[in-house]
Design a protein around this ligand. Structure first.
Ligand code: UDX
Length: 440
């Protein structure tokens, strides 16, 4: 069996490389020649720990190739994964242009039975749309080939993509055909045989599972962030609240860390998408909409808190530590840091910023504020002569930072610890005007 993965963005590339690691013959295909050239030179265009080593050994073993040739990929692969981007449109809904383009190309080049797998996060009903698109091209060609559509949503987390893909909590296979489901068992033979749970279902249910899971996690985060807000008012400790809540197995302790609000490519997009999908059917998803609204507020609240504690921002210099939306990634999409920096600049602050990986992307996302921002070489350069330091992302090196050295470098001594990295350290409270999240 040969597998083609169309789209070498985050999901497609990781998926292709891991399928090769599972022993499959894989072609990763992309229309972007520059990207394929990089991959063919052994350069991974995304930052993801551990991925390069796996890529290298599978290329060497002859299981993994990269190319721009769609016709070759379609004709030579039995299973074709669609893993292209579905960026948000202006109204917040997912843009399916690239998915439909791939479907058209599949229809154009197909020469035998194929399983077409949707891996991109797509609105419910897209499987059907892909099927109709391929069929419509067959009608134009006046040819008929059999094919099946499968929805196989991805749950990998950035920064942990390799381990998430190698040992997922579950594999979802949405399909109308026994034949396709059997082929998917072969695709994931390694997982199927090692007792990874598989959920076999219809296409729409599989498509909805992804939205439901991500929206639920987003709701959980917004919930604990609201508890943090109240905990600050009543002088309670949100970390203890989360710990105790999580001891109830029905709740679980995961995704209960209060912070500056969720970001990234998935939660903001998927929550907006599902709300928009429901609207099309005349329904309002109030719980998810509430989580979206609370998340927006949470980011702004961080700025308000700093404004209030420091008596305004005019003439103040603030160090922002961590720009990516979470550690171990360079991704700054919807990162709280971006909104926080914009908010602080609007109020008249100057920013000194540092992030181990997110600097490049943050710079273009914050281009309009370039005059107010200095990008620094490391965390110590960033805190030199500032009034306040803000820990926005929980990179490990920020946990290890020397609090005494920090004290000597800073001009004034405010710390806003939006990830509670140092909340249990007594020294921090002695040395600084220290503001954690959801606790005194
Ligand atoms: C998420 C899902 O976890 C993954 O299953 C899906 O496939 C893609 O979306 P990802 O966006 O990579 O993965 O990051 P994740 O680790 O889930 O974090 C998302 C955001 O939530 C981050 O901004 C993070 O800081 C925030 N978060 C997470 C919290 O604020 N508190 C938590 O307790 C957990």
């Amino acid at each position: 069996m040969k597998i083609g993965v169309v789209g070498t963005g985050y999901v497609g590339l990781v998926q292709g490389i891991i399928l090769a690691e599972f022993g499959q013959q894989v072609i990763c295909m992309d229309v972007e020649k520059d990207k394929i050239d990089l991959l063919n030179k052994g350069i991974v265009p995304i930052y993801e720990p551990g991925l390069k080593a796996i890529m290298d050994r599978n290329v060497e073993a002859g299981r993994l190739t990269f190319m721009t040739d769609m016709e070759y990929t379609v004709q030579n692969c039995d299973v074709i994964f669609i893993a292209v981007g579905t960026p948000p449109k202006e109204d917040g809904s997912a843009d399916l242009t690239y998915v439909i383009d791939v479907a058209k190309n599949i229809g154009k080049f197909v020469n035998s039975y194929k399983v077409v797998v949707n891996k991109s996060t797509v609105p419910i009903g897209t499987g059907q749309l892909v099927k109709e698109t391929i069929q419509s091209i067959f009608n134009v060609r006046n040819k008929e080939y059999s094919f099946d559509i499968v929805s196989n949503p991805e749950f990998l987390r950035e920064g942990k993509a390799v381990s998430d893909c190698l040992s997922p909590d579950r594999v979802i296979i949405g399909s109308e055909s026994e034949r396709a489901a059997e082929i998917m068992k072969q695709v994931y033979k390694v997982l199927y045989q090692n007792d990874t749970p598989f959920v076999f279902t219809d296409i729409q249910t599989a498509e909805m599972i992804k939205y439901a899971a991500n929206s639920f996690l987003a709701v959980k985060i917004s919930f604990i962030n609201e508890m943090a807000l109240l905990a600050e008012k009543v002088d309670a400790n949100v970390q203890k609240i989360a710990l105790a809540m999580g001891m109830d197995e029905r709740i679980s302790p995961k995704f209960l860390q209060a912070g500056p609000g969720y970001g990234g490519s998935c939660f903001p997009k998927d929550t907006n998408d599902i709300v928009e999908i429901a609207k099309k059917y005349g329904e309002e998803l109030k719980v998810i909409q509430g989580a979206i609204d609370a998340n927006k507020k949470q980011k702004l609240r961080m700025v308000e808190k700093m404004m209030k504690s420091m008596n305004g921002m005019k003439g103040k210099t603030i160090a922002i530590l961590g720009l990516s939306f979470k550690p171990e990634t360079d991704d700054c999409r919807d990162a709280p840091s971006i909104d926080i920096i914009k908010g602080l600049c609007d109020k008249g602050a100057s920013i000194k910023a540092y992030c181990p990986q997110g600097m490049k992307e943050a710079q273009w996302r914050l281009a309009e504020f370039a005059q107010s921002i200095t990008y620094c070489e490391d965390e110590y350069e960033a805190i030199e002569n500032v009034d306040a330091a803000v820990f926005v992302t929980e990179w490990h090196q920020f946990r290890e930072i020397s609090l005494t050295k920090m004290k000597s470098l800073m001009k004034d001594h405010y710390i806003f610890d939006l990830r509670n990295l140092h909340a249990n350290n007594k020294v921090v409270r002695q040395l600084y005007k220290y503001y954690p999240v959801g606790r005194r």
